[in-house]
Design a protein around this ligand. Structure first.
Ligand code: FES
Ligand SMILES: [Fe+2]
Length: 408
């Protein structure tokens, strides 16, 4: 090992560099040294609008961002929702279901009209119409993106409707979630492979049957911390003895191991204490045990950039992160369970009760870290041995800051 904490402290009061350059300089120092990163990213990674803008474009739009559950984004019950505005990082998209209900093809388009660029939908609007009509001059598109009407253009020589279809973007369904890519159009060789992005995560989570689980409980939070502060906190239980008394009663904070397997994800597992059947205030099951999963284990797996999947013996909790500003993150927390044979959805209230307490303890810590990072006296501190998954995350992010790619 050639590096020491001194040689890895490269940023300091660097002048003349942009915040993104400061972050890149710091991760280059880590990358040049052997082994995992030894310390946190510089403060600029958590506080700079320029760094967040780069992340939203390259880590979110440019990889595979989880947009939510497909049956919530495009519900098929009653009159099906055919189209919904979504944000993929900083790029506005239009999610569409083309064709009859569940058999229909889910597509993603750039939410920008091919006439003069008006958004086809604003905000998070949705529609049940069978075509897409721009609200500015009424150009209309079929649900496959082709232009079907452009008022006044019938007599325009040389106007070819086929040249003006919507720009289609790559989209994938996995585990009941929708993942979108919005930096390169569908078919571009620049689109990262979704299979490589998932890597071994697919195999680890396949016993949980994610696609057949349904959301039983949902909380949303908006917190005053950078999205990576939330992710880093998720990846270590070094803090558990101090801030999570309820969690420590059901799961020893030093239990389990972290994975280092292919894919754009980071995480590990923990085990339940003897006599504890799941993570709940009493340790008793809150829903039907999921068949074929290890009844003693809880998996804590973060599919980058924004989905944290915590898989329990009887339910799966998912945090979906949406960065709003360098120091603000919106978090959707869902508890998903296996419906009964009659379709009845068990309540996951015991899981939501336990994890809402734990979430709020975590958010308090994350907000305090964010305030501390803003101090002129902050310097990146070293990782403890049991913060190895945080180091793995910083290594993965560091590679992306240098190469633009989460998967090598
Ligand atoms: S910008 Fe959409 S119809 Fe004119
Ligand atoms: Fe925590």
């Amino acid at each position: 090992m050639t590096s020491t904490s001194e040689t890895r402290t490269s940023t300091g009061p660097t002048t003349g560099l942009s915040p993104l350059d400061v972050v890149r300089a710091a991760v280059a120092v880590e990358a040049a040294a052997e082994g995992e990163p030894q310390q946190m990213l510089p403060a600029e990674a958590y506080t700079s609008p320029e760094v967040l803008a780069w992340e939203r474009r390259h880590l979110y739009a440019g990889s595979w961002t989880c947009l939510g559950r497909v049956d919530e984004l495009l519900p098929t019950e009653g009159k099906p929702t055919t189209q919904r505005a979504v944000m993929v990082g900083d790029v506005a998209g239009l999610l569409v279901r083309d064709g009859a209900a569940e058999q229909g093809t889910v597509r993603l388009f750039a939410n920008t009209c091919r006439h003069r660029g008006h958004e086809l939908f604003g905000g998070e609007e949705s529609s049940q119409r069978r075509s897409i009509t721009c609200p500015y001059h009424a150009w209309s598109y079929a649900l496959d993106g082709s232009l079907i009407a452009a008022p006044g253009f019938r007599a325009v020589d040389g106007f070819v409707a086929e040249d003006h279809g919507l720009v289609e973007l790559p989209v994938h369904l996995w585990g009941g979630w929708v993942f979108g890519h919005a930096l390169h159009p569908l078919g571009s060789p620049e689109v990262p492979s979704f299979t490589e992005h998932l890597g071994e995560l697919d195999r680890l989570l396949s016993p949980y049957g994610l696609g057949s689980l349904v959301v039983a409980e949902r909380h949303t939070y908006e917190i005053a911390a950078n999205w990576k502060v939330v992710a880093e906190n998720y990846h270590e239980c070094y803090h558990c003895p101090l801030i999570h008394p309820e969690l420590c009663q059901v799961s020893p904070p030093d239990s389990g191991d972290n994975y280092d397997l292919p894919g754009a994800w980071v995480g590990g597992s923990m085990v339940l204490r003897d006599g504890m059947a799941t993570m709940s205030l009493t340790g008793e099951l809150v829903a039907t045990p999921l068949p074929g999963v290890d009844p003693r284990k809880v998996e804590y797996l973060h599919l980058l950039p924004n989905l944290l999947v915590s898989a329990h013996p009887d339910y799966v909790m998912a945090h979906r992160l949406v960065p709003l500003a360098p120091g603000r993150t919106w978090i959707e927390c869902s508890w998903m369970v296996l419906p009964g044979p009659d379709g009845e959805v068990p309540s996951a209230a015991g899981a939501a009760e336990f994890w809402d307490i734990t979430n709020r303890q975590d958010w308090g810590a994350c907000e305090s870290v964010q305030r501390g990072l803003a101090s002129p006296h902050f310097h990146p501190g070293p990782f403890a041995p049991n913060e190895d998954a945080v180091a793995h995350l910083v290594r993965t992010l560091g590679r992306a800051y240098r190469t633009g790619r989460l998967v090598p």
